[in-house]
Design a protein around this ligand. Structure first.
Ligand code: SF4
Length: 201
């Protein structure tokens, strides 16, 4: 055995090289993660998404779709007293192709249901639905064969506004809730589509 052989030095050297190797691996992993998070693409992509959602949530254009007494309250929300235009939704469109929000204001008969669905299908993407009032949300007092017991049987609903009829302030509140959902990137339609795709697998 050579004189300069020292078992403690050997062990120390081996441990040090192992530690250096481990530190280098961790450094490489960390760098990879940070690079993935902070690439120019991600920053631009996230900013564009944020701007897109900001624009969408502040310019929700409802389709004209009043069905019964609740529609009067919806019209009042567009008047000067409640002034829905303060929140970017004053542009009620007569064409579904220029609208991205369906406010179902009133009871829906089964005879009307296919028409409602067709209008919904013709609306621009992305699109959202507010069920305004007890009738649209659940059939209300009309628990009979002629009335759809909740419009969510026909289209995916994002926000339910309670009341019979709900006052215009409640509809405005429903729009605020919808704007929050849009800001978070949520949509009942997307959820329904994802669920359908999952069920089909
Ligand atoms: S919820 Fe009341 S006000 Fe609205 S459509 Fe039904 S009955 Fe009319």
């Amino acid at each position: 055995m050579p004189d300069d052989y020292n078992i403690d030095d050997q062990v120390l050297t081996t441990r040090l090289s192992t530690m250096i190797k481990w530190a280098e691996q961790q450094h490489a992993k960390l760098k990879h993660s940070v690079d993935g998070l902070i690439t120019a693409d991600n920053i631009v992509g996230n900013t564009v998404t944020a701007v897109e959602r900001w624009a969408q949530r502040n310019s929700v254009f409802p389709a004209l779709f009043g069905l019964a007494c609740c529609a009067i309250e919806m019209m009042a929300a567009g008047g000067s007293h409640f002034d829905i235009s303060r929140f970017g939704s004053e542009v009620f469109r007569a064409s579904p192709r220029q609208a991205d929000l369906m406010i179902v204001a009133g009871r829906v008969s089964w005879k009307m249901a296919p028409v409602l669905r067709q209008i919904y299908d013709q609306m621009a993407e992305p699109k959202w639905v507010i069920a305004m009032g007890a009738c649209a949300s659940s059939g209300g007092v009309f628990n009979n064969y002629a009335i759809v017991q909740g419009v969510d049987r026909i289209v995916p609903v994002d926000v339910y506004v309670p009341g019979c009829p709900p006052r215009p302030e409640l509809l405005l509140n429903g729009i605020f809730l919808l704007q929050e959902k849009i800001g978070r990137g949520e949509s009942a339609r997307e959820t329904a589509l994802a669920a359908a795709a999952g069920a089909a697998v």
